[in-house]
Design a protein around this ligand. Structure first.
Ligand code: DGY
Length: 322
């Protein structure tokens, strides 16, 4: 039987590329640079499946209908880079990779939190620049996280995993906002209080961590007014999507001292990062490393492979995006 032809828009972990190449005719983007929108659009017409990542853009304009491709196997949990309505309207099934990157992304949120509170990036820069003048009582004093309030916006899998770590490891008190109720079963012993509004959480928290999908109504939900509610000593952590924060408003809030600091793994217009954020000492900036462990990236790839296998076997896909 002829193998189905699939496109991976970026290089994937070796083990997964090898697994896929057993059953599929795999087109690899050997240069591992972002493909253009037009190139991905064209690939829909000569592949049975296209497997994009968060660094691709798949707008409505490429889903013209009548494509050879019948499935988009997204390598990642977030899918705001794909116009899902247009894709499904053009007859494509879309799948994603929920669950397998929860722990890693929560670890990244905690990394940002701790680095920011304890000025770890700043300290490392000082030392590497040969500017460390030795131990002294008032040198680079940070903020103790123990006993502080962590506010989670978006209490899904990753929000809960972040809260659980912050409570267990740092002894933080957790409040959260979530549009719908979060069952005691999901909280599973986590002591966390649901507040009525996002504003309530921002005002009550020393550290705010965002765990919302990007795009749609969430775009710029952290605007100037909301950023100011966190306050001059408050810290904002974002390991979700860059567009959830109005980046210009964030820069202004940090420059004007209305917000204490920001730890960011994601940015609007990645991979461009504004020079103002880079120049500030009260920011910790990571290059979208949320899921970047070998184990997780392999799990993500295998999950895409499982979805493709099910789809081409005529079975229900395990992880459909609706
Ligand atoms: C995702 O999966 O949405 C992450 O942002 C990339 O790992």
């Amino acid at each position: 039987m002829t193998k189905k032809k699939i496109l991976l828009t970026r290089r994937w972990p070796d083990t997964v590329e090898k697994r896929l190449s057993v059953d599929y005719d795999v087109t690899l983007n050997t240069d591992d640079v972002p493909m253009t929108i037009d190139a991905i659009g064209a690939a829909l017409n000569d592949h049975d499946a296209v497997c994009p990542t968060v660094s691709d853009k798949l707008p409505a304009s490429i889903f013209t209908g009548g494509h050879r491709a019948r499935i988009l196997g997204n390598y990642g949990v977030g899918f705001n880079h794909i116009d899902i309505t247009a894709a499904t309207g053009a007859g494509l099934t879309v799948t994603n990779t929920p669950g397998v990157l929860t722990d890693c992304t929560a670890d990244t949120a905690l990394t940002l939190m701790l680095m920011l509170a304890r000025r770890a990036g700043e300290g490392e820069r000082e030392l590497r620049a040969g500017k460390w003048a030795g131990w002294r009582p008032t040198h680079m004093m940070g903020t103790r996280l123990g006993g502080k309030v962590l506010g989670i916006i978006g209490m899904g899998r990753i929000g809960i995993a972040t809260a659980r770590r912050a409570q267990a490891a740092f002894g933080m008190n957790v409040v959260f906002f979530n549009r719908s109720d979060v069952s005691a079963e999901k909280l599973d012993g986590l002591q966390a209080m649901r507040l009525d509004t996002i504003e309530d959480v921002l005002a009550a928290s020393d550290v705010v961590s965002l765990h919302l999908p990007g795009g749609g109504a969430n775009t710029h939900m952290m605007n100037a007014e909301r950023l100011a509610l966190i306050g001059p000593k408050g810290m904002l952590i974002n390991s979700a999507r860059g567009d959830v924060i109005d980046q210009r408003a964030l820069i202004a809030a940090l420059q004007d001292g209305k917000l204490g600091g920001a730890g960011l793994d994601v940015f609007e217009g990645e991979p461009d990062v504004p020079a103002e954020l880079i120049a500030m000492e009260n920011t910790v900036l990571l290059p979208h490393l949320g899921s970047a462990t070998t184990e997780t990236r392999e799990d993500m790839g295998n999950m895409v492979a499982d979805n493709l296998d099910a789809f081409f076997a005529g079975k229900p896909v395990p992880n459909p995006v609706s």
